[in-house]
Ligand binder design. Structure first.
Ligand SMILES: *Cc1c(COP(=O)(O)O)cnc(C)c1O
Length: 639
């Protein structure tokens, strides 16, 4: 714990260091002088900031309970602008002759308001969409009204998908069918011939290049998607035979998401550019090189090639790609520079959502006082354990730790065999934890902390019970140990004097967060404030990408409330959209209960209880009212 005399001098700047907000916040998030987290979403006017605790107050006035997913619409706009402006700058600087086109992969966040904003705001840059399934294509066709923008179709394509895509082509959409496997070509060609529409074709490549990171299985030789070079050559020959070679215009690869190392991005771009150049030499028209996604988000702010980070800036990403493609084309004597497409999803949407929740309770680990002496007939191991406690000094810490572990295990064994009573075991546990607490406290004073004792404070950390579900709202934190920045959104002028982990309200032992971002690896506890009787609000930041639809109904915790704000140049803001989260009836319905039938069944049981004189008729009415109110209620803890 931090010392008392630092209390007065604690500042928002210190909090900024502790939580790293200026490292991962990308300029969008910071702390103001009041100790509140603020969001600064407008690139051209960085003076305009909105306090998140104020927004929370507004959300509550409007009758929404925590947890709430807060979306800041301007951030999405800013990220789209940044991507295009960075490519524009690189293209200008290097005198690249081709263009840049972005497409947004719908799967990264399919919510209507996201796709609507990307297409509406993105129109000025002709930002298009990537659809990986029939449902996504159907959404994309309605949402994308800009015919200059690209619509890239990946994934399995059945006849319905293909026909729809072909009609869209006829209507003037710039729609590419990307072949994921050679067998797709026949179906596309036969439907194209039948409907008499010339399709635009792309090919997805299996590159030899592999990248580090969590999600990169989808790239590389062993990836399940894409064509290898021999299949690519077959496709070229087959198109040539059909007299349709001019349809092939796009080459695509997707190395995987969240590529932390710029070297991997460069080498994949190089390999794909080489293949592009060779296709041109084969007489294929080409025109588009689609580098897929992978542009990473620096979740921990460390700017390294760690999984949750990236060791490059957006400027470097754009410059490296443009330079690599350009050099490769020039070396190969290709007389044009392809239009570069990227399918960045994560980088576009991650910053735009923050999950806000309140803390319901804290459980602290505190051992009861240890007795001076023990009764005459106390079992030996327990006596020995007390001796360990009494003999503990700075010098024999490791030894005492080993002994304490040994006697604790012996006491447990004794209990199992019936030679120790429940009270003796309880006393043993208490002495054991008292020893551990003292070691944790004193180990800080050692110059060289033995390895065993380094993380001992983690076992003693507080548990903060948080009003949200990890499974529903941050599934990647559970499924793949993904790290998101998490911090209190207020009280940041006060010292966060406790160390805690977060337990969610599913009561599942996996429903917790006990790994946190750190500039050097991973932290196992999060500095937090003592509860002071008022609501304590935390935020999980950068959750705009992938989390929403991967989330599940574990313990029947449903969708959270969603509130979207748009910030104006004068610092005012509007609540532009509000979506009520699931009610209990909604989630029961998802798992095929019929709320009406449940109500009827419960009513019958209540009536039987009246008949059996367990409750009165008036009580029955109250119970039924509570049951129905529960059905209509939010699935999370309501104050
Ligand atoms: C998932 C996916 C993307 C998005 O990748 P990000 O790393 O989120 O930008 C792009 N293209 C394809 C084909 C994908 O499957």
């Amino acid at each position: 714990m931090l010392k008392k005399n630092t209390l007065e001098r604690w500042t928002a700047d210190k909090s900024a260091d502790v939580y790293g907000i200026r490292n991962w916040g990308a300029g969008y998030f910071d702390i103001n002088d009041n100790g509140d987290v603020v969001v600064t979403p407008i690139l051209s006017n960085r003076k305009v900031s909105v306090s998140i605790p104020e927004v929370i107050a507004g959300i509550k006035e409007r009758g929404f309970d925590m947890p709430v997913l807060l979306r800041i619409e301007n951030i999405l706009d800013s990220q789209i602008s940044l991507l295009h402006e960075s490519f524009r700058a690189a293209i200008k600087k290097l005198d690249y002759k081709g263009k840049f086109r972005g497409v947004y992969p719908i799967k990264v966040n399919q919510q209507e308001q996201v796709v609507d904003e990307v297409t509406r705001y993105g129109q000025r840059f002709h930002h298009g969409l990537e659809a990986g399934s029939k449902a996504e294509l159907i959404a994309a066709l309605a949402m994308l009204r800009d015919k200059e923008a690209c619509l890239v179709c990946n994934g399995y394509k059945d006849q319905e998908f293909i026909d729809l895509g072909l009609f869209a082509t006829k209507m003037g959409y710039k729609l590419f069918f990307v072949l994921e496997m050679p067998s797709e070509l026949d179906l596309i060609m036969s439907r194209a011939a039948y409907l008499n529409i010339r399709p635009l074709l792309g090919v997805r490549l299996k590159l030899a290049t592999q990248a580090g990171g969590h999600w990169t299985e989808s790239g590389g030789d062993r990836s399940i998607f894409g064509l290898n070079t021999s299949q690519l050559v077959e496709v070229v020959d087959s198109l040539k035979e059909r007299g349709m070679l001019d349809c092939l215009q796009l080459l695509h690869y997707h190395l995987g998401s969240q590529i932390p190392n710029i070297r991997d991005i460069r080498s994949a771009a190089l390999e794909a550019s080489r293949i592009y150049a060779e296709l041109v030499k084969e007489g294929v028209k080409m025109g588009y090189l689609d580098l897929g996604g992978g542009l990473a988000v620096d979740y921990d702010g460390s700017h390294t090639n760690f999984t949750n980070s990236r060791n490059y800036s957006l400027e470097e990403y754009c410059a490296d790609i443009i330079e690599t493609v350009m050099e490769t084309m020039e070396n190969a004597g290709v007389d044009h520079h392809p239009t570069i497409i990227t399918e960045s999803g994560r980088a576009l949407v991650a910053y735009y959502s923050v999950l806000l929740f309140n803390i319901l309770d804290v459980s602290r680990f505190e051992a009861a006082p240890v007795p001076e002496t023990l009764p005459e007939d106390t079992p030996e191991h327990l006596v020995n354990l007390l001796d360990v406690y009494k003999s503990l000094t700075l010098k024999n810490m490791q030894e005492c730790y080993n002994d304490a572990m040994f006697y604790r295990d012996e006491i447990r064994t004794g209990f199992r065999h019936g030679t120790m009573s429940l009270r003796e075991r309880a006393l043993g546990e208490n002495i054991f934890w008292s020893i551990i607490t003292r070691i944790a406290k004193d180990a800080r004073r050692l110059k060289h902390v033995p390895n065993d004792l380094k993380d001992i404070h983690v076992a003693l950390s507080d548990i903060y019970y948080a009003n949200f579900s990890v499974f529903q709202s941050v599934p990647d934190a559970w499924a793949i140990d993904h790290l998101f920045p998490i911090m209190p959104v207020h009280r940041l002028n006060d010292i966060p004097s406790r160390q805690g982990i977060l337990a969610d309200i599913t009561c599942d032992c996996d429903g917790k967060i006990d790994k946190f971002i750190d500039l050097h690896g991973v932290k196992h506890t999060l500095p937090l404030h003592e509860l002071n009787g008022e609501e304590y609000y935390l935020g999980v930041f950068l959750v705009g990408a992938y989390q929403e639809t991967l989330g599940d109904l574990h313990n029947l915790m449903g969708d959270t409330n969603v509130v979207t704000i748009r910030v104006h140049d004068d610092g005012s803001y509007d609540f532009v959209r509000e979506l009520e989260g699931d009610t209990v009836a909604d989630v029961l319905d998802y798992v095929e209960y019929e709320p009406k039938v449940l109500l009827e069944q419960f009513r019958r049981t209540a009536e039987e209880a009246v008949r059996d004189q367990l409750i009165t008729a008036t009580e029955r009415r109250e119970i039924m009212e509570a049951y129905e109110a529960g059905m209509r209620g939010y699935t999370y803890f309501e104050r």
